[in-house]
Design a protein around this ligand. Structure first.
Ligand code: 8YV
Length: 331
């Protein structure tokens, strides 16, 4: 009988994961880690796909048709560490009979918290105030200094009312925002009632009637530049946009122009079109709060994500369908 270790699937993990997760991964499987934690080059990703039975990538690894096309015959599962799967060419994986899994659900609350932080931070000029304190230039309180805009009583338009959109709606209600949403499908009436949410079939109409807009749809070809230059112009000049989903949902250069001219009041961005690059002109704007894709970045969340990856691989290795199988390209 072959030693047990020879049966263990070969796992290649592309980035550092929490210590406990890496340790468990090593115990359970024949695992290669990336101790340097540098994002892998295209050549390294291809080499990883050739060597692995299971590849564990993250959002920083474009697993495109070229990588999948050159994968070894052993590669049967791409167990991504993250919820969004836009960095993986799902059609190419399907064509090669490679399963794809993700880690849904466990980063909902953390991402919703960070979204709320931006919803509060941008209209209330939190980052500007913080910069003022650090500059040493604060002259003391004055009735007209650092005035922002009230959150309470405003209309929040949520684009994409899945798990994260709904978690944002629950929080936002507590801050006195009324909830409006646009989604591919209208919510079940019971959920709509519970959230006191108003459905807008037309995204254009919702954009023209809300004061804050927050994006929570998955990144797919259909949602690329969902907030196009045309749609961004529908947004009212006192309104704010928050994006904790994917940079590609907004035409970033069109947004930049509208922010520069004051046609949109401000933006809170956690994600960008060409991460990690950020348009330097965005950095120059005071009415923008910029974060480094940290919506789900909590210790607890990363452990939960790692657990999900382990369960997906283990279930697959036992010959069963992994629980978080990504079924199809969301179109
Ligand atoms: C993750 C995310 O940190 O899961 C997602 O879709 O956007 C992030 O919050 C990242 O994707 C990990 O790969």
């Amino acid at each position: 009988m072959a030693p047990a270790s020879s049966k263990r699937p070969k796992i290649v993990v592309t980035r550092r994961l929490p210590d406990q997760i890496e340790a468990r991964m090593m115990e359970l499987f024949d695992t290669r880690l990336n101790e340097a934690d540098q994002p892998l080059s295209k050549a390294d990703l291809i080499a990883a796909a050739q060597e692995a039975d299971v590849l564990v990538p993250t959002v920083t690894d474009p697993i495109d048709a070229e990588v999948i096309g050159q994968a070894g015959t052993g590669l049967k599962l791409i167990a991504s560490f993250g919820t969004g799967v836009d960095h993986i060419d799902l059609a190419a994986a399907k064509a090669r009979d490679i399963m794809v899994t993700n880690t849904p659900g466990v980063l909902t609350e953390d991402t919703a918290d960070m979204t709320m932080a931006l919803i509060l931070a941008v209209p209330r000029r939190l980052a500007e105030g913080e910069r003022l304190m650090r500059s040493g230039q604060w002259q003391g309180w004055a009735p007209t200094s650092m005035l922002g805009n009230r959150i309470y009583g405003k209309r929040l338009g949520i684009i994409g009312m899945g798990r994260i959109g709904q978690a944002v709606a629950r929080r936002a209600s507590g801050f006195g925002l009324s909830i409006h949403y646009h989604n591919r499908n209208r919510l079940h009436p019971g959920i709509e009632e519970e959230l006191e949410a108003t459905y807008w079939e037309s995204l254009d109409q919702m954009l023209a009637h809300t004061d804050l807009i927050s994006i929570h749809c998955p990144s797919t070809p259909a949602t690329y530049h969902l907030l196009s230059a045309r749609r961004l112009k529908l947004i009212r000049s006192h309104a704010y946009i928050v994006n904790t989903s994917r940079g590609g949902a907004i035409d970033e250069s069109a947004l930049l122009q509208l922010l520069q001219s004051g046609a949109i009041a401000g933006a809170g961005l956690d994600v960008y079109e060409k991460e990690p690059a950020v348009n330097p002109k965005l950095l120059a704007l005071d009415n923008v709060v910029l974060l480094p894709h940290m919506g789900s970045a909590t210790v607890e969340g990363r452990l939960d994500m790692g657990e999900k990856v382990l369960i997906n691989i283990r279930t697959f290795a036992d010959g069963h369908t992994p629980p978080d199988l990504v079924l199809d390209v969301h179109l």
